[in-house]
Design a protein around this ligand. Sequence first.
Ligand code: FAD
Length: 483
Amino acid sequence: MSSNLPAPIILWFRQDLRLSDNPVLEEAVKSGHPLIPIYILDDETPGDWKPGGASRWWLHHSLKALAGQLEELGSRLILRSGPAGHVLADLVENTGAAYIFWNRCYEPFHCERDAKIKSTFTDNGLTVRSFNANLLAEPWTVRNKSGDPFKVFSPFWRAVRAELDPGKPLKTPDSLNAPQSWPDSDRLEEWELLPTKPNWAKEFEDIWTPGENGARDRLDRFLENGAKHYADGRDRPDKAYTSGLSPHLHFGEISPRQILAATDSVRDSIGDRNAEKFFSEIGWREFSYSLLFNFPDFPHQNYQSKFDHFPWREDSDALSAWQRGQTGYPIVDAGMRELWATGTMHNRVRMIVASFLIKHLLIDWREGEKWFWDTLVDADLANNSASWQWVAGSGADAAPYFRIFNPITQGEKFDPNGDYVRKWIPEIARLPDKYLNQPWEAGPLILKEAGVKLGDTYPEPIVDHKAARERALDAFKSLKETA
Ligand code: FAD
């Protein structure tokens, strides 16, 4: 294609679905070249980790939002599907583009693919440039005194904080140069990212607004309301004290830098302790990315190899009861039902349900990881695998295996009025507080008055807590003996 315009830049959007604080966009706009923004649905590269159902729902809406924003700036979002290298080669041939720019991803399969693409196109004379849009520190730059990646969170975060100079977030450009003619694009609907038969994501729309504007609104709401309760209240699933930013962060609709800058600007009103606690959770995300980048087997292999001998049980009935929120333990079931209905689950409850699967049911953490991958709107390879291995005790800087959450006392402590359990398990809502987390302890009269028939309207517990705890400790002991 010949034209008087300089050769276009292909602007490859990936997990950076935003226009503000987007370094790739800043550089591309500065160059004055025409820009061809593209999103490629590449389901081949991730293999087992192609985005799950809930992520696809999010992606659909996020792409729609991004396309709308680009149009307002005189541009478009080209959609193509297939292996990214092939799609880009076709696009280069048809547009005469001489540059490909993107913001980095850190999943091992993306790193491998991107390195190949970079070398192939560079060999063919194109200029390929990549940028950091989504992390405070690149995972290969944070090292301990011996030059190794950190395996413990606190020193890792201290090191990141010490070097942290996030600067001011970048502005949204006023306009984007269009190419002389636009290449073909798929229609978003053709990708069938939304569930239809059945539409299990009906409730998602009431809760989430994917896209950059939704992310900004959520951050503003958090800083106005939940943030001042964050340090003490972030463990309460019955309260809206956390930010709800995780899916927005995963899809890059907001950057950690923007979050830090906005939080700093209201530090006086929310208090230092809350701001620092919130920052440190963003720090855990950085730590997960560092683990994933430096130990790329993290999503599928025990980080501590002694866990390779763990006597996991195969029990599809128990797994299915856990997935459906039918274990008979109300806080566990409430979490799993929240997940199914909304695509998210409060962090404290994620820890409780994960501990229950791994320790009470002795089911391999990778089964839980897979289920979360498909059902979470914030499913994120780094955070999900690091968190599952943390709960299992098999990860880096993990909770010790013998810390087995008691689902009864955890429910009583973190949902003290029972509001969370009552919301998600209406069939036991009329039980008095005392029995809400252990309905099997209520006498027949109390159950009758509450309209509960155990084993009928709500399940009997699928394992006895004390027996399950002993079994888990024995399994762990056997591991130590074989190690
Ligand atoms: P906030 O408390 O407002 O925290 C702000 C941000 O910090 C979050 O959006 C998130 O990006 C980051 N963050 C918070 N807690 C953690 C943590 N423990 N580890 C890493 N980053 C954190 N988070 C995901 O983003 N994707 C996942 O797939 C995921 N899977 C998990 C699986 C298990 C078993 C567990 C125990 C946790 C998992 N988490 C995951 C971490 C955490 O539960 C969520 O990030 C958090 O609940 C999101 O809610 P929020 O945005 O309101 O968090």
